[in-house]
Design a protein around this ligand. Structure first.
Ligand code: HEC
Length: 171
């Protein structure tokens, strides 16, 4: 699992939050799927992330998905802390894992993303599905080892979030 950009990714998550409303005011002109990424501009405020332009409604949809991703991670950790491993596993699979792809309308969004970005998304969903199984295993056989594996799975999932956040922006 990619471990690059951990700090940058965390900063990206925190920094973009207040800007969610401002982007609503952007133009609503529709384009077909372009799936291109623009290279960062040079200059004083150079941002190392590639800009992927999405039609405004898609952008809103993706950011809403993102906020749900973070909410899901919070609920997973909360349920683990409460010893509710079964609930934590369900959230990991249904809200973040491969099962979540239909709910998040991924097939509709994916064509707008360059292939490496889609791949980063897929690796995050796979990591979350693996995490769900690891949590179920720990539920069946709780031990220091199985709980350590759960923490590793959480770390792998968050590394996948951060890998994409370090590489791409949509505004
Ligand atoms: C495939 C790439 C990708 C993956 C994987 C990904 N994100 Fe994001 N995320 C983005 C992009 C792009 C943005 C928007 C950055 C920008 O331009 O402001 C974003 C924004 C966010 C935001 C801000 C939402 C808002 O309303 O401003 C949160 C929170 C977030 N992501 C959480 C997560 C979490 C948690 C995960 C992992 C479980 C995750 N993301 C996985 C690409 C990704």
């Amino acid at each position: 699992m990619r471990r690059i950009g951990l700090i940058a990714g965390v900063v990206a998550v925190v920094a973009v939050w207040p800007m969610a409303v401002a982007q609503d005011m952007q133009h609503h002109h529709m384009h077909g799927p372009a799936a291109g990424a623009e290279q960062p501009q040079s200059g004083a405020a150079a941002d190392p992330r590639d800009l992927v332009r999405l039609p405004a409604p898609m952008q809103e949809h993706m950011l809403a998905n993102m906020r749900d991703h973070l909410a899901a991670v919070g609920e997973i950790v909360g349920n683990l802390a409460d010893g509710k491993l079964d609930a934590a596993a369900k959230i990991s699979e249904q809200r973040l894992g491969m099962t979540s792809l239909t709910q998040h309308d991924a097939a509709h969004l994916a064509p707008y993303m360059p292939q490496p970005m889609q791949d980063l998304g897929t690796s995050m969903h796979r990591a979350a599905s693996r995490l769900a199984i690891t949590i179920q295993d720990a539920d069946v056989a709780p031990s220091v080892e199985t709980m350590a594996a759960v923490n590793r799975g959480l770390s792998d999932t968050l590394s996948a979030c951060n890998g994409c956040h370090a590489a791409y922006r949509i505004r």
